[in-house]
Design a protein around this ligand. Sequence first.
Ligand code: CAA
Length: 260
Amino acid sequence: MAYENLLLEKEDRLAILYINRPKALNALNNATLVELKDAVLKIKADPEIDLLIISGAGEKSFVAGADIAFMQNLTAPEGRAFGALGQEVFRLIEAMEKPVIAAVNGFALGGGCELAMCCDFRIASTKAKFGQPEVGLGITPGFGGTQRLARLVGLGMAKQMLFTADVINANEALRIGLVNSVVEQTELMDVVKGIARKILSKGQLAVRFSKVAANEGMQTDIDRGMTIEADLFGLCFATEDQKEGMTAFLEKRKPGFTGK
Ligand code: CAA
């Protein structure tokens, strides 16, 4: 599939996906979601790629939300289907075993904040702005915002953001735990790539098992979570990476992980 609304770069085990609709500040219409789904499925299946970074093309916007012009005249069933598509694509990103980092370079509003939230963690530039402005348009968030925001920043802060539609800056997003760090715009991609390279230097099966255990643990009680962890911890001992990682430590050398 040729992409009209995405840019995809690949560099040595790393994929960088930019949402690219400059005329609408990278807002997500149906076509962009279909392309995003296609790209994510390909990255998920690509044995040469171990980590995905998602960002917005240009200086101003990560994603300014779902496309309001596209949504304006939708019927209730059409609105539901559009929301379901966004939810499906974002859940695919969240559940993909390979790590996904959001490099938030500007506006992350509505569907943009929701896209950032389905990633494993978020690094923001000083220019980033976050919010769920949907109630100001007479709608609720529809791509997972009512569910993920509370899980990330707590129910009280999430409800205040959802009910007021307030837009917060990067430092406030840092304070409430919505992003992990804030860096200068010009340094954003280098910082995120640096974090990505550090992750890529580790045992990738262990990284993926950690993601699965953390994600699944958030959906269940602590005892079931411990069972999930115990199973995956045990599975690590069937991998070459575990043998290599521990042997390298004991031989006082750097490990050469193969992801097997
Ligand atoms: N959908 C469609 N077009 C959008 C858009 C969106 N979400 N956001 C921006 N645009 C378009 C504008 O209409 C404008 O187009 P024209 O040049 O053709 O007029 C262009 O992008 C530039 O935008 P502005 O002129 O508004 O730029 P600004 O710098 O003055 O403001 C902004 C930037 C504060 C982000 C403002 O554009 C804005 O408030 N955008 C809407 C944000 C929003 O409400 N997002 C939530 C959408 S609903 C949603 O996401 C539902 C869901 O959960 C699934």
